[in-house]
Unconditional design. Sequence first.
Length: 269
Amino acid sequence: MQYFAGIDIGSTAIKIALVDENRELVGHKISASGSMFYKYAKQSLKELLDEFNIDEKELVYTVATGYGRKLFKEADENISEITANAIGARAAAQGKCEIKTIINIGGQDSKAISLDNEGNVVNFAMNDRCAAGTGKFLDVVAMNLELEVDELSDYHFKSQGTPLAINSTCAVFAESEIIGLLGNDNSVEDIVAGVHYSIAKRIIKLVKRVGIKENIYFDGGPALNGGLVHAIENELGKKIFIPEFPQITTSYGAAILANESYMYENEGN
Ligand code: ADP
């Protein structure tokens, strides 16, 4: 059997997806990035191969993507995360819905990508200047509220009142705003819901720059947060599609591309 890997070296996490000859997802792994990410990426790939009893020789082609892609020299090829995200999203939604717009919230940036009927990227917009509206912002909020980031969703759905307005446009100021809200006896639940709605409003502004075309797909780690999904859907007035493994969409796209490149290079052999 031959296998193909997509490695997405993000600012916060390394995501690896493995596909087989039929481009079916065999397995995936998510681990922390850190400053030595190229070392962790190699180690993580080895662990994933071991988990599925795959010999290194069976891994015939690797495509790297994401922020650290050029530093991962072991890859056969590297591609932009916009392209990989588009390929992965279309494949993950195949048979369920046709994707025309992608919202990606990563650790340190957020993106909106617009696709044509064939799945080609026609436009994209990105916010990487400010942490508000990114996973980092959610991490800082969770830390200030003494919660884990994967607990935010439960708190969101327990909010009773109107979500509080969080007006700061910068994570640093938002931090002091949240501390102020806590000091004024606001509930953690209402603060969390307020943070989700403030991120939702920001991301919708970004999506409007490329145009809102259905169906809308949401990926990246923060798409695991059901409360944030709820806030975006309410602000948009539309349902959005969340894949089974939202954080690995881009690595899955890179793995599919690894398969395509290998097939193309070995055509006729
Ligand atoms: P990057 O590609 O930039 O490294 P990711 O798409 O991996 O970013 O997203 C990382 C972010 O996802 C983290 O900063 C965190 O806020 C969020 N996240 C990760 N796991 C979860 C989870 N289980 N629930 C909610 N949010 C999560």
